[in-house]
Write a protein that binds this ligand. Sequence first.
Ligand code: AMP
Ligand code: MG
Length: 532
Amino acid sequence: MTALTFDNRFVTELPGDPETSNRRRQVLGACWSAVEPTPVAEPRLLAHAREVAELVGLTPNDVALPEFARVFGGNALYAGMQPYAACYGGHQFGNWAGQLGDGRAITLGEVVNARGERWELQLKGAGPTPYSRSADGRAVLRSSVREFLCSEAMFHLGVPTTRALSLVDTGEPVVRDMFYDGNAQAERGAIVCRVAPSFIRFGNFEILAARDERALLNQLVDFTISRDFAHLTGTVAEQRAAWFREVCERSARMVVDWMRVGFVHGVMNTDNMSILGLTIDYGPYGWLEDFDPNWTPNTTDAAGRRYRYGQQPAIVQWNLVRLAEALRPVFDTPEPLEAGLDAFLAVYDSAYERMMSAKFGFAERTASGGNVTLDDAEQQLIREAFGLMNAAQADYTLFFRALGHVPDIIPPDATIVGVLGDVFYHEDVLVTHNEPFMQWLRRWHAHVLSTGSSSSARRARMHRVNPKFVLRNWIAQEAIDLADQGDNTRIHELLELLRAPYDEQPGNERFAAKRPEWARHKAGCSMLSCSS
Ligand code: AMP
Ligand code: MG
Protein backbone atom coordinates (compact mmCIF):
# COMPACT_ATOMS: atom_id res chain seq x y z
CA MET A 1 0.00 0.00 0.00
CA THR A 2 1.38 3.41 -1.03
CA ALA A 3 1.90 5.72 1.94
CA LEU A 4 -0.11 8.94 1.53
CA THR A 5 1.01 12.26 2.99
CA PHE A 6 -1.69 14.01 5.01
CA ASP A 7 -1.19 17.48 6.47
CA ASN A 8 -4.80 18.10 7.58
CA ARG A 9 -4.47 21.87 7.84
CA PHE A 10 -8.16 22.45 8.53
CA VAL A 11 -7.96 20.59 11.85
CA THR A 12 -4.43 21.57 12.77
CA GLU A 13 -4.87 25.32 12.18
CA LEU A 14 -8.51 26.00 13.05
CA PRO A 15 -10.15 25.53 16.45
CA GLY A 16 -12.15 22.35 16.95
CA ASP A 17 -15.08 21.48 19.14
CA PRO A 18 -13.82 20.49 22.63
CA GLU A 19 -16.65 17.97 22.98
CA THR A 20 -15.78 14.68 21.31
CA SER A 21 -19.04 12.76 21.70
CA ASN A 22 -21.31 12.26 18.72
CA ARG A 23 -24.29 13.91 20.44
CA ARG A 24 -26.27 16.23 18.12
CA ARG A 25 -25.70 19.80 19.23
CA GLN A 26 -25.00 23.42 18.39
CA VAL A 27 -21.23 23.77 18.08
CA LEU A 28 -20.01 27.19 19.18
CA GLY A 29 -16.56 28.75 18.85
CA ALA A 30 -15.24 26.02 16.55
CA CYS A 31 -14.99 25.21 12.83
CA TRP A 32 -15.17 21.43 13.14
CA SER A 33 -15.93 18.46 15.36
CA ALA A 34 -13.87 15.28 15.47
CA VAL A 35 -16.02 12.33 14.42
CA GLU A 36 -15.23 8.92 12.99
CA PRO A 37 -17.23 7.22 10.27
CA THR A 38 -19.65 4.62 11.65
CA PRO A 39 -18.56 1.20 10.35
CA VAL A 40 -20.90 -0.53 7.91
CA ALA A 41 -21.89 -4.19 7.61
CA GLU A 42 -20.14 -5.12 4.38
CA PRO A 43 -18.28 -2.45 2.42
CA ARG A 44 -18.00 -3.41 -1.25
CA LEU A 45 -16.40 -1.27 -3.94
CA LEU A 46 -18.87 -0.73 -6.80
CA ALA A 47 -16.87 1.74 -8.86
CA HIS A 48 -14.00 4.15 -8.72
CA ALA A 49 -12.57 6.88 -10.96
CA ARG A 50 -9.02 5.90 -11.82
CA GLU A 51 -7.96 9.49 -12.65
CA VAL A 52 -9.08 10.63 -9.21
CA ALA A 53 -7.22 7.77 -7.52
CA GLU A 54 -4.16 8.91 -9.43
CA LEU A 55 -4.66 12.53 -8.31
CA VAL A 56 -4.79 11.44 -4.72
CA GLY A 57 -1.68 9.29 -5.11
CA LEU A 58 -3.30 5.84 -5.02
CA THR A 59 -2.16 3.18 -7.50
CA PRO A 60 -4.44 0.65 -9.24
CA ASN A 61 -2.93 -1.87 -6.85
CA ASP A 62 -3.99 0.19 -3.81
CA VAL A 63 -7.53 0.38 -5.17
CA ALA A 64 -7.64 -3.40 -5.58
CA LEU A 65 -6.71 -4.07 -1.94
CA PRO A 66 -9.57 -4.92 0.45
CA GLU A 67 -8.39 -2.03 2.61
CA PHE A 68 -9.53 0.47 -0.04
CA ALA A 69 -13.20 -0.54 0.26
CA ARG A 70 -12.85 -0.62 4.04
CA VAL A 71 -11.41 2.91 4.21
CA PHE A 72 -13.85 4.41 1.71
CA GLY A 73 -16.76 2.54 3.26
CA GLY A 74 -15.93 4.00 6.68
CA ASN A 75 -14.58 0.85 8.39
CA ALA A 76 -10.89 1.78 8.57
CA LEU A 77 -8.55 4.75 8.29
CA TYR A 78 -5.26 5.12 6.46
CA ALA A 79 -2.37 6.28 8.63
CA GLY A 80 -2.46 10.07 8.90
CA MET A 81 -6.22 10.54 8.49
CA GLN A 82 -7.96 12.77 11.07
CA PRO A 83 -11.70 12.59 10.41
CA TYR A 84 -13.99 15.50 11.21
CA ALA A 85 -17.29 17.15 10.31
CA ALA A 86 -17.31 20.88 9.52
CA CYS A 87 -19.58 23.47 11.11
CA TYR A 88 -21.49 25.70 8.71
CA GLY A 89 -24.85 27.37 8.32
CA GLY A 90 -26.77 28.49 5.32
CA HIS A 91 -29.65 30.25 3.65
CA GLN A 92 -32.03 27.56 2.44
CA PHE A 93 -34.63 28.56 -0.16
CA GLY A 94 -34.05 32.20 0.71
CA ASN A 95 -34.23 31.95 4.50
CA TRP A 96 -31.51 31.82 7.13
CA ALA A 97 -31.55 28.25 8.48
CA GLY A 98 -28.98 28.50 11.28
CA GLN A 99 -26.46 25.73 11.89
CA LEU A 100 -26.44 22.96 9.31
CA GLY A 101 -22.93 21.48 9.09
CA ASP A 102 -21.72 18.18 7.72
CA GLY A 103 -24.64 16.03 8.80
CA ARG A 104 -23.54 13.05 6.76
CA ALA A 105 -20.24 14.15 5.29
CA ILE A 106 -17.02 13.28 7.09
CA THR A 107 -13.68 14.55 5.86
CA LEU A 108 -11.01 11.92 6.30
CA GLY A 109 -8.03 14.19 5.71
CA GLU A 110 -6.10 16.41 3.33
CA VAL A 111 -3.71 14.50 1.09
CA VAL A 112 -0.77 16.34 -0.42
CA ASN A 113 0.24 14.49 -3.58
CA ALA A 114 3.67 14.20 -5.22
CA ARG A 115 2.98 17.36 -7.26
CA GLY A 116 2.26 19.27 -4.05
CA GLU A 117 -1.48 19.48 -4.76
CA ARG A 118 -3.89 19.29 -1.86
CA TRP A 119 -6.90 16.99 -2.10
CA GLU A 120 -9.42 16.74 0.68
CA LEU A 121 -11.08 13.31 0.89
CA GLN A 122 -14.65 13.41 2.12
CA LEU A 123 -17.09 10.55 2.65
CA LYS A 124 -20.77 11.25 2.08
CA GLY A 125 -23.14 8.91 3.88
CA ALA A 126 -20.64 7.66 6.48
CA GLY A 127 -22.94 7.93 9.49
CA PRO A 128 -24.13 10.53 11.98
CA THR A 129 -22.17 13.53 13.16
CA PRO A 130 -22.93 16.26 15.72
CA TYR A 131 -24.56 18.13 12.80
CA SER A 132 -26.98 15.37 11.75
CA ARG A 133 -29.99 16.95 13.49
CA SER A 134 -32.82 14.40 13.19
CA ALA A 135 -31.36 12.49 10.22
CA ASP A 136 -29.34 9.29 10.02
CA GLY A 137 -26.11 10.41 8.34
CA ARG A 138 -26.53 7.86 5.56
CA ALA A 139 -27.09 8.04 1.81
CA VAL A 140 -29.00 5.74 -0.53
CA LEU A 141 -27.46 4.00 -3.52
CA ARG A 142 -29.52 6.00 -6.05
CA SER A 143 -28.30 9.39 -4.83
CA SER A 144 -24.73 8.10 -4.44
CA VAL A 145 -24.65 6.79 -8.02
CA ARG A 146 -25.95 10.16 -9.17
CA GLU A 147 -23.29 12.09 -7.24
CA PHE A 148 -20.49 9.75 -8.32
CA LEU A 149 -21.32 9.84 -12.02
CA CYS A 150 -22.29 13.49 -12.25
CA SER A 151 -19.17 14.78 -10.51
CA GLU A 152 -17.02 13.03 -13.09
CA ALA A 153 -19.34 13.91 -16.00
CA MET A 154 -19.14 17.58 -15.06
CA PHE A 155 -15.37 17.45 -14.77
CA HIS A 156 -15.01 16.00 -18.26
CA LEU A 157 -17.44 18.60 -19.60
CA GLY A 158 -15.02 21.23 -18.35
CA VAL A 159 -17.27 22.52 -15.56
CA PRO A 160 -15.57 23.36 -12.23
CA THR A 161 -16.65 20.66 -9.79
CA THR A 162 -15.74 18.48 -6.85
CA ARG A 163 -14.56 15.05 -8.00
CA ALA A 164 -15.55 11.52 -6.98
CA LEU A 165 -13.04 8.85 -6.05
CA SER A 166 -15.19 5.89 -5.12
CA LEU A 167 -18.64 4.43 -4.75
CA VAL A 168 -18.97 1.82 -2.00
CA ASP A 169 -22.02 -0.31 -1.21
CA THR A 170 -22.48 -0.44 2.56
CA GLY A 171 -24.36 -3.74 2.69
CA GLU A 172 -26.87 -1.98 4.94
CA PRO A 173 -30.38 -0.74 4.17
CA VAL A 174 -31.34 2.92 4.50
CA VAL A 175 -34.97 3.91 5.00
CA ARG A 176 -36.25 6.84 2.91
CA ASP A 177 -39.60 8.39 2.09
CA MET A 178 -38.70 9.45 -1.43
CA PHE A 179 -41.69 11.70 -2.04
CA TYR A 180 -42.43 12.64 1.56
CA ASP A 181 -45.83 10.99 1.19
CA GLY A 182 -45.72 8.46 4.00
CA ASN A 183 -44.34 5.63 1.85
CA ALA A 184 -41.00 5.03 3.51
CA GLN A 185 -39.00 2.15 2.08
CA ALA A 186 -35.73 0.39 2.78
CA GLU A 187 -33.21 1.09 0.03
CA ARG A 188 -29.64 0.06 -0.51
CA GLY A 189 -27.10 2.29 1.19
CA ALA A 190 -23.87 3.57 -0.34
CA ILE A 191 -21.03 5.98 0.33
CA VAL A 192 -19.26 8.25 -2.14
CA CYS A 193 -15.80 9.59 -1.43
CA ARG A 194 -15.68 13.02 -2.98
CA VAL A 195 -12.49 14.94 -3.52
CA ALA A 196 -11.70 18.65 -3.82
CA PRO A 197 -8.91 21.01 -2.81
CA SER A 198 -11.36 22.45 -0.25
CA PHE A 199 -14.93 21.83 0.85
CA ILE A 200 -15.31 25.25 2.50
CA ARG A 201 -18.70 26.72 1.65
CA PHE A 202 -20.22 30.20 1.92
CA GLY A 203 -22.06 28.83 4.95
CA ASN A 204 -18.83 28.24 6.90
CA PHE A 205 -18.41 32.04 7.04
CA GLU A 206 -22.11 32.80 7.46
CA ILE A 207 -22.47 30.74 10.65
CA LEU A 208 -19.61 32.63 12.34
CA ALA A 209 -21.04 36.00 11.30
CA ALA A 210 -24.54 35.02 12.46
CA ARG A 211 -23.14 34.11 15.86
CA ASP A 212 -20.95 37.22 15.95
CA GLU A 213 -17.85 35.05 16.42
CA ARG A 214 -15.72 37.84 14.99
CA ALA A 215 -12.24 36.55 15.88
CA LEU A 216 -12.99 33.12 14.47
CA LEU A 217 -14.43 34.65 11.31
CA ASN A 218 -11.17 36.55 10.86
CA GLN A 219 -9.22 33.38 11.45
CA LEU A 220 -11.24 31.37 8.91
CA VAL A 221 -10.79 34.09 6.27
CA ASP A 222 -7.02 34.17 6.85
CA PHE A 223 -6.90 30.39 6.76
CA THR A 224 -8.88 30.15 3.51
CA ILE A 225 -6.67 32.71 1.81
CA SER A 226 -3.49 31.08 3.06
CA ARG A 227 -4.49 27.50 2.20
CA ASP A 228 -6.81 27.80 -0.81
CA PHE A 229 -5.80 31.14 -2.39
CA ALA A 230 -2.08 31.05 -1.71
CA HIS A 231 -1.34 32.85 -4.99
CA LEU A 232 -2.77 36.14 -3.65
CA THR A 233 -0.19 38.69 -2.56
CA GLY A 234 -0.07 42.18 -1.01
CA THR A 235 -1.22 43.56 2.32
CA VAL A 236 -3.87 41.73 4.32
CA ALA A 237 -6.51 44.19 3.12
CA GLU A 238 -5.42 43.78 -0.49
CA GLN A 239 -5.44 40.01 -0.22
CA ARG A 240 -8.93 39.98 1.27
CA ALA A 241 -10.25 42.27 -1.45
CA ALA A 242 -8.66 40.17 -4.19
CA TRP A 243 -9.93 37.00 -2.54
CA PHE A 244 -13.58 38.07 -2.44
CA ARG A 245 -13.32 39.29 -6.00
CA GLU A 246 -11.91 35.95 -7.10
CA VAL A 247 -14.69 34.05 -5.33
CA CYS A 248 -17.20 36.20 -7.26
CA GLU A 249 -15.42 35.68 -10.57
CA ARG A 250 -15.07 31.93 -10.14
CA SER A 251 -18.73 31.62 -9.18
CA ALA A 252 -19.66 33.57 -12.32
CA ARG A 253 -17.63 31.28 -14.55
CA MET A 254 -19.10 28.20 -12.88
CA VAL A 255 -22.69 29.25 -13.48
CA VAL A 256 -21.94 30.21 -17.10
CA ASP A 257 -20.75 26.64 -17.57
CA TRP A 258 -23.94 25.32 -16.00
CA MET A 259 -25.96 27.40 -18.46
CA ARG A 260 -23.81 26.17 -21.32
CA VAL A 261 -24.35 22.47 -20.67
CA GLY A 262 -27.94 22.77 -19.42
CA PHE A 263 -27.21 21.72 -15.85
CA VAL A 264 -29.73 22.65 -13.17
CA HIS A 265 -28.32 22.24 -9.66
CA GLY A 266 -31.68 22.16 -7.94
CA VAL A 267 -30.65 23.22 -4.41
CA MET A 268 -28.52 26.35 -4.62
CA ASN A 269 -28.61 27.10 -0.91
CA THR A 270 -25.63 29.02 0.44
CA ASP A 271 -24.41 25.89 2.24
CA ASN A 272 -24.12 24.30 -1.21
CA MET A 273 -21.89 27.07 -2.63
CA SER A 274 -18.18 26.29 -2.70
CA ILE A 275 -15.69 29.03 -1.86
CA LEU A 276 -13.61 27.71 -4.77
CA GLY A 277 -16.44 28.18 -7.26
CA LEU A 278 -16.86 24.43 -7.71
CA THR A 279 -20.15 22.68 -8.34
CA ILE A 280 -20.81 20.93 -5.03
CA ASP A 281 -23.50 18.73 -3.44
CA TYR A 282 -25.15 16.80 -6.21
CA GLY A 283 -28.72 16.17 -5.06
CA PRO A 284 -31.91 16.63 -7.07
CA TYR A 285 -30.01 18.13 -9.99
CA GLY A 286 -31.10 17.63 -13.58
CA TRP A 287 -30.26 18.33 -17.21
CA LEU A 288 -32.45 20.39 -19.47
CA GLU A 289 -34.07 18.26 -22.11
CA ASP A 290 -37.04 20.04 -23.76
CA PHE A 291 -35.84 23.62 -23.47
CA ASP A 292 -37.69 25.56 -20.79
CA PRO A 293 -35.94 28.28 -18.77
CA ASN A 294 -38.47 27.74 -15.96
CA TRP A 295 -37.68 24.08 -15.48
CA THR A 296 -36.49 22.73 -12.16
CA PRO A 297 -35.82 19.07 -11.46
CA ASN A 298 -36.44 19.47 -7.72
CA THR A 299 -39.99 18.59 -6.63
CA THR A 300 -39.27 20.25 -3.27
CA ASP A 301 -38.86 23.51 -5.24
CA ALA A 302 -41.77 22.96 -7.63
CA ALA A 303 -44.00 25.63 -6.11
CA GLY A 304 -41.60 28.58 -6.08
CA ARG A 305 -39.14 27.36 -8.71
CA ARG A 306 -36.48 29.42 -6.99
CA TYR A 307 -33.71 27.27 -8.44
CA ARG A 308 -35.03 26.97 -12.02
CA TYR A 309 -32.56 26.91 -14.91
CA GLY A 310 -33.02 30.50 -15.99
CA GLN A 311 -32.67 31.92 -12.49
CA GLN A 312 -29.37 30.25 -11.60
CA PRO A 313 -27.14 33.26 -12.38
CA ALA A 314 -29.34 35.56 -10.27
CA ILE A 315 -29.25 33.06 -7.42
CA VAL A 316 -25.47 32.81 -7.51
CA GLN A 317 -25.42 36.60 -7.25
CA TRP A 318 -27.92 36.52 -4.36
CA ASN A 319 -25.74 33.95 -2.58
CA LEU A 320 -22.65 36.14 -3.09
CA VAL A 321 -24.50 39.05 -1.50
CA ARG A 322 -25.20 36.84 1.55
CA LEU A 323 -21.48 35.97 1.65
CA ALA A 324 -20.53 39.65 1.38
CA GLU A 325 -22.84 40.48 4.29
CA ALA A 326 -21.26 37.74 6.38
CA LEU A 327 -17.76 39.02 5.54
CA ARG A 328 -18.55 42.68 6.20
CA PRO A 329 -17.05 42.59 9.76
CA VAL A 330 -13.64 41.54 8.45
CA PHE A 331 -13.47 44.36 5.89
CA ASP A 332 -12.73 47.94 7.01
CA THR A 333 -14.97 49.39 4.33
CA PRO A 334 -17.69 47.91 2.11
CA GLU A 335 -15.99 48.98 -1.14
CA PRO A 336 -13.98 45.79 -1.79
CA LEU A 337 -17.13 43.73 -1.30
CA GLU A 338 -19.09 45.95 -3.67
CA ALA A 339 -16.25 45.74 -6.18
CA GLY A 340 -16.34 41.95 -5.98
CA LEU A 341 -20.09 41.89 -6.62
CA ASP A 342 -19.59 44.24 -9.58
CA ALA A 343 -16.90 41.88 -10.86
CA PHE A 344 -19.42 39.05 -10.70
CA LEU A 345 -21.68 40.90 -13.12
CA ALA A 346 -18.88 41.94 -15.44
CA VAL A 347 -17.36 38.46 -15.62
CA TYR A 348 -20.75 36.81 -15.93
CA ASP A 349 -21.80 39.08 -18.81
CA SER A 350 -18.62 38.65 -20.79
CA ALA A 351 -18.29 34.91 -20.14
CA TYR A 352 -21.95 34.38 -21.02
CA GLU A 353 -21.58 36.23 -24.31
CA ARG A 354 -18.42 34.37 -25.18
CA MET A 355 -20.11 31.07 -24.35
CA MET A 356 -23.24 31.82 -26.39
CA SER A 357 -21.15 33.02 -29.31
CA ALA A 358 -19.36 29.68 -29.36
CA LYS A 359 -22.54 27.63 -28.86
CA PHE A 360 -24.13 29.27 -31.90
CA GLY A 361 -20.96 29.11 -33.96
CA PHE A 362 -20.64 32.86 -34.38
CA ALA A 363 -17.28 34.26 -35.36
CA GLU A 364 -14.93 35.05 -32.51
CA ARG A 365 -14.75 38.79 -32.26
CA THR A 366 -12.55 40.57 -29.77
CA ALA A 367 -13.59 44.05 -28.78
CA SER A 368 -11.63 46.55 -26.75
CA GLY A 369 -11.01 45.22 -23.25
CA GLY A 370 -10.67 41.70 -24.62
CA ASN A 371 -14.37 40.88 -24.41
CA VAL A 372 -16.00 38.95 -27.17
CA THR A 373 -19.13 40.77 -28.06
CA LEU A 374 -22.21 39.72 -29.90
CA ASP A 375 -23.48 42.09 -32.54
CA ASP A 376 -27.15 43.11 -32.65
CA ALA A 377 -28.02 40.51 -35.28
CA GLU A 378 -26.48 37.76 -33.16
CA GLN A 379 -28.26 38.87 -30.00
CA GLN A 380 -31.50 38.84 -31.92
CA LEU A 381 -30.79 35.37 -33.34
CA ILE A 382 -30.08 34.01 -29.85
CA ARG A 383 -33.23 35.51 -28.34
CA GLU A 384 -35.37 34.11 -31.14
CA ALA A 385 -33.73 30.70 -30.98
CA PHE A 386 -34.60 30.30 -27.31
CA GLY A 387 -38.19 31.32 -27.96
CA LEU A 388 -38.50 28.80 -30.79
CA MET A 389 -36.73 26.04 -28.85
CA ASN A 390 -39.13 26.56 -25.98
CA ALA A 391 -42.21 26.51 -28.23
CA ALA A 392 -41.10 23.51 -30.28
CA GLN A 393 -39.71 21.74 -27.19
CA ALA A 394 -36.25 21.29 -28.63
CA ASP A 395 -33.88 19.07 -26.68
CA TYR A 396 -31.26 21.53 -25.40
CA THR A 397 -28.24 19.26 -25.89
CA LEU A 398 -29.31 17.68 -29.18
CA PHE A 399 -30.36 21.00 -30.71
CA PHE A 400 -26.93 22.62 -30.33
CA ARG A 401 -25.10 19.50 -31.40
CA ALA A 402 -27.28 19.28 -34.51
CA LEU A 403 -26.72 22.95 -35.28
CA GLY A 404 -23.02 22.21 -35.51
CA HIS A 405 -23.76 19.60 -38.18
CA VAL A 406 -25.83 21.84 -40.47
CA PRO A 407 -24.29 21.50 -43.96
CA ASP A 408 -23.10 24.35 -46.15
CA ILE A 409 -26.13 24.10 -48.39
CA ILE A 410 -29.67 23.78 -47.09
CA PRO A 411 -32.07 22.55 -49.83
CA PRO A 412 -34.99 24.93 -50.54
CA ASP A 413 -37.64 22.39 -49.51
CA ALA A 414 -35.88 21.30 -46.31
CA THR A 415 -37.82 20.96 -43.07
CA ILE A 416 -36.51 21.69 -39.60
CA VAL A 417 -36.63 17.99 -38.71
CA GLY A 418 -34.93 17.18 -41.99
CA VAL A 419 -32.06 19.52 -41.20
CA LEU A 420 -31.68 19.08 -37.43
CA GLY A 421 -33.06 15.58 -37.00
CA ASP A 422 -35.36 14.20 -34.32
CA VAL A 423 -34.52 16.72 -31.62
CA PHE A 424 -38.02 17.97 -30.78
CA TYR A 425 -40.51 16.73 -28.17
CA HIS A 426 -43.45 18.70 -29.61
CA GLU A 427 -45.67 16.19 -31.40
CA ASP A 428 -46.72 18.52 -34.20
CA VAL A 429 -43.48 20.35 -34.63
CA LEU A 430 -43.67 20.25 -38.41
CA VAL A 431 -47.23 21.55 -38.48
CA THR A 432 -46.85 24.32 -35.95
CA HIS A 433 -43.20 25.33 -35.91
CA ASN A 434 -41.57 24.39 -39.18
CA GLU A 435 -42.08 27.70 -40.94
CA PRO A 436 -40.76 30.07 -38.26
CA PHE A 437 -37.97 27.69 -37.29
CA MET A 438 -36.79 27.30 -40.89
CA GLN A 439 -36.83 31.07 -41.34
CA TRP A 440 -34.68 31.40 -38.26
CA LEU A 441 -32.35 28.63 -39.40
CA ARG A 442 -31.82 30.22 -42.80
CA ARG A 443 -31.03 33.59 -41.22
CA TRP A 444 -28.63 31.94 -38.76
CA HIS A 445 -27.04 30.04 -41.64
CA ALA A 446 -26.63 33.13 -43.80
CA HIS A 447 -25.11 34.95 -40.84
CA VAL A 448 -22.52 32.32 -39.97
CA LEU A 449 -21.63 31.88 -43.64
CA SER A 450 -21.23 35.64 -44.07
CA THR A 451 -18.94 36.07 -41.10
CA GLY A 452 -16.16 34.01 -42.45
CA SER A 453 -14.91 30.83 -40.90
CA SER A 454 -15.12 27.59 -42.85
CA SER A 455 -17.89 25.19 -41.89
CA SER A 456 -15.36 22.72 -40.54
CA ALA A 457 -13.76 25.36 -38.31
CA ARG A 458 -17.20 26.47 -37.16
CA ARG A 459 -18.23 22.89 -36.42
CA ALA A 460 -15.06 22.26 -34.43
CA ARG A 461 -15.63 25.41 -32.37
CA MET A 462 -19.25 24.49 -31.69
CA HIS A 463 -18.49 20.87 -30.84
CA ARG A 464 -15.97 21.98 -28.21
CA VAL A 465 -18.72 23.68 -26.20
CA ASN A 466 -21.81 21.70 -27.22
CA PRO A 467 -21.51 18.21 -25.73
CA LYS A 468 -23.03 15.19 -27.39
CA PHE A 469 -23.37 13.28 -24.11
CA VAL A 470 -24.65 14.55 -20.77
CA LEU A 471 -25.88 12.57 -17.77
CA ARG A 472 -29.56 12.74 -18.64
CA ASN A 473 -31.72 11.81 -15.67
CA TRP A 474 -33.15 8.73 -17.40
CA ILE A 475 -29.66 7.53 -18.29
CA ALA A 476 -28.59 7.81 -14.66
CA GLN A 477 -31.84 6.14 -13.59
CA GLU A 478 -31.26 3.11 -15.83
CA ALA A 479 -27.83 2.68 -14.25
CA ILE A 480 -29.41 2.99 -10.79
CA ASP A 481 -32.15 0.43 -11.53
CA LEU A 482 -29.50 -2.04 -12.70
CA ALA A 483 -27.24 -1.32 -9.72
CA ASP A 484 -30.19 -1.84 -7.38
CA GLN A 485 -30.41 -5.36 -8.82
CA GLY A 486 -26.70 -5.88 -8.29
CA ASP A 487 -25.50 -5.13 -11.82
CA ASN A 488 -22.88 -2.35 -11.87
CA THR A 489 -21.82 -2.67 -15.49
CA ARG A 490 -23.83 0.36 -16.61
CA ILE A 491 -22.13 2.58 -14.02
CA HIS A 492 -18.77 1.60 -15.48
CA GLU A 493 -20.02 2.06 -19.05
CA LEU A 494 -21.36 5.53 -18.28
CA LEU A 495 -18.18 6.56 -16.49
CA GLU A 496 -16.29 5.63 -19.65
CA LEU A 497 -18.82 7.29 -22.00
CA LEU A 498 -18.83 10.53 -20.02
CA ARG A 499 -15.06 10.80 -20.14
CA ALA A 500 -15.36 12.10 -23.71
CA PRO A 501 -18.66 13.98 -23.87
CA TYR A 502 -17.66 16.05 -26.91
CA ASP A 503 -16.58 13.08 -29.05
CA GLU A 504 -18.93 11.47 -31.55
CA GLN A 505 -18.45 8.00 -30.04
CA PRO A 506 -20.17 5.96 -32.77
CA GLY A 507 -22.05 3.04 -31.27
CA ASN A 508 -23.16 5.04 -28.24
CA GLU A 509 -26.00 6.89 -30.02
CA ARG A 510 -28.52 5.46 -27.57
CA PHE A 511 -27.07 7.74 -24.87
CA ALA A 512 -27.31 10.80 -27.12
CA ALA A 513 -31.01 10.39 -27.82
CA LYS A 514 -34.14 12.21 -26.81
CA ARG A 515 -35.66 11.26 -23.49
CA PRO A 516 -37.80 8.17 -24.12
CA GLU A 517 -41.52 8.41 -23.46
CA TRP A 518 -41.34 6.08 -20.42
CA ALA A 519 -39.07 8.54 -18.64
CA ARG A 520 -41.30 11.59 -19.03
CA HIS A 521 -43.00 11.24 -15.65
CA LYS A 522 -40.96 8.54 -13.95
CA ALA A 523 -39.52 9.16 -10.49
CA GLY A 524 -35.81 9.86 -10.74
CA CYS A 525 -36.15 10.94 -14.37
CA SER A 526 -38.36 13.98 -14.31
CA MET A 527 -39.04 14.37 -10.61
CA LEU A 528 -36.45 14.33 -7.89
CA SER A 529 -36.88 15.25 -4.28
CA CYS A 530 -34.26 16.22 -1.74
CA SER A 531 -34.70 12.79 -0.10
CA SER A 532 -31.39 11.08 -0.60
P1 AMP B 1 -28.39 19.14 1.53
O1 AMP B 1 -29.76 19.62 1.21
O2 AMP B 1 -28.12 17.71 1.11
O3 AMP B 1 -27.31 20.07 1.11
O4 AMP B 1 -28.34 19.04 3.12
C1 AMP B 1 -28.59 20.12 3.99
C2 AMP B 1 -28.10 19.77 5.37
O5 AMP B 1 -28.74 18.59 5.84
C3 AMP B 1 -26.61 19.53 5.47
O6 AMP B 1 -26.19 20.00 6.72
C4 AMP B 1 -26.53 18.03 5.39
O7 AMP B 1 -25.34 17.53 5.96
C5 AMP B 1 -27.76 17.60 6.17
N1 AMP B 1 -28.26 16.28 5.76
C6 AMP B 1 -28.85 15.95 4.60
N2 AMP B 1 -29.17 14.64 4.58
C7 AMP B 1 -28.76 14.12 5.76
C8 AMP B 1 -28.79 12.81 6.35
N3 AMP B 1 -29.32 11.75 5.73
N4 AMP B 1 -28.28 12.67 7.59
C9 AMP B 1 -27.75 13.71 8.24
N5 AMP B 1 -27.70 14.96 7.76
C10 AMP B 1 -28.19 15.17 6.53
MG1 MG C 1 -25.52 20.41 1.24
